[in-house]
Design a binder for this molecule. Structure first.
Ligand code: HEM
Length: 284
């Protein structure tokens, strides 16, 4: 019997009971987030590296840089809508439903002292100096990924709209601020692309626990063994409070798993391709 708590083992993603982790709405929002992000990256990069050979080939294949900018703005509107829906959800949960524990506690995305201890403990575990920390509903790197996107949306979004509607923003902002918007948008966009296509991909899909693809954000459920292994404190709490049964969901249908894999692997492939193109534009 493997020691599930302290080693990196492959956990079954298709057998036994399945526990709900994400609602249908959250999964749709994530689908909108990653597809529009891929679109924004695929159109932002050729704008940024318009001198490179691949960018010019891409532009001539899709009707010029004007078309690329058009698709960039189209994806930007969809992503902004997804972000606004997320903000509305948060607002409703906090102010209408008066839900407790959004800003603090075991189910919160806000970092706390335990996350700092987990980070330290995890580094020690990586080099064999201690046991694997027991994570709760969200591990420290999942919170980091969430806030990186949240913060990125605000900075990239504001600077993007400032450029898009420059004559309007010029009524309130000095000229240098609009120049700064281009630099901020460009650098923050690049940072987001590098972060998502390297660190986020490794964190979610390429670590031994999830390799080659973590399906939970597509199917919404994970096997009980997976939950026990990846988020043992959440599992223990749900069992202790008698809330686990209410979260038992249906096993994902084979077709759903197949489609999720196709979509997931395609997204990872496009992301890695864009990462290689970005690095090649920088270094060659
Ligand atoms: C969410 C709202 C967004 C809006 C409104 C927006 C808008 C724009 C606009 C108007 C431009 C053209 C600037 C110019 O005229 O030269 C642009 C360029 C660019 N965008 Fe976005 N964008 C958004 C999101 C993103 C995201 C999420 C990324 C990263 C994945 C991104 C990456 C880029 C890059 C790399 C450029 C090229 C900048 C340069 O020429 O150096 N954008 N964006």
């Amino acid at each position: 019997m493997p020691d599930l708590e302290h080693t990196a083992v492959e956990v079954p993603q298709t057998k036994g009971r399945f526990i709900t982790r994400f609602t249908r709405g959250q999964r749709y929002l994530h689908a909108c987030l990653f597809s529009t992000f891929l679109g924004l990256a695929a159109t932002g990069l050729p704008l940024r590296f318009s001198e490179s050979v691949w960018a010019r080939h891409f532009a001539s294949a899709v009707g010029g840089f004007g078309s690329i900018l058009f698709f960039h703005k189209f994806c930007a509107i969809l992503l902004s809508l997804a972000f606004l829906i997320h903000l509305k959800d948060l607002f409703t949960r906090v102010f209408i439903h008066r839900e407790k524990g959004i800003f603090w506690g075991a189910n919160s995305m806000v970092a706390n002292w335990k996350d700092a201890k987990d980070l330290y403990g995890h580094m020690r575990w990586f080099v064999g100096l201690g046991p694997r920390p027991n994570f709760d509903r969200y591990a420290y790197w999942e919170k980091f990924d969430y806030w990186a996107v949240f913060w990125g949306m605000i900075v990239i979004g504001f600077s993007g709209y400032a450029m898009w509607f420059a004559p309007f923003f010029a009524r309130f902002l000095p000229g240098w601020a609009l120049n700064a918007a281009l630099v901020i948008h460009s650098e923050e966009g690049l940072l987001a692309i590098l972060f998502i296509f390297s660190i986020h991909f490794v964190n979610t899909h390429l670590r031994p626990d999830s390799f080659p693809m973590d399906m939970v954000v597509f199917t919404g459920v994970e096997s009980e063994e997976e939950l026990k292994h990846k988020h043992p404190l959440e599992y223990e709490r749900l069992v202790r409070q008698g809330k686990l049964e209410a979260k038992v969901g249906e096993a994902p249908q084979p077709l759903q798993v197949k489609l999720s894999k196709i979509v997931g692997f395609t997204a990872v492939f496009i992301g890695l391709l864009l990462l290689v193109l970005t690095l090649s534009a920088y270094f060659f």
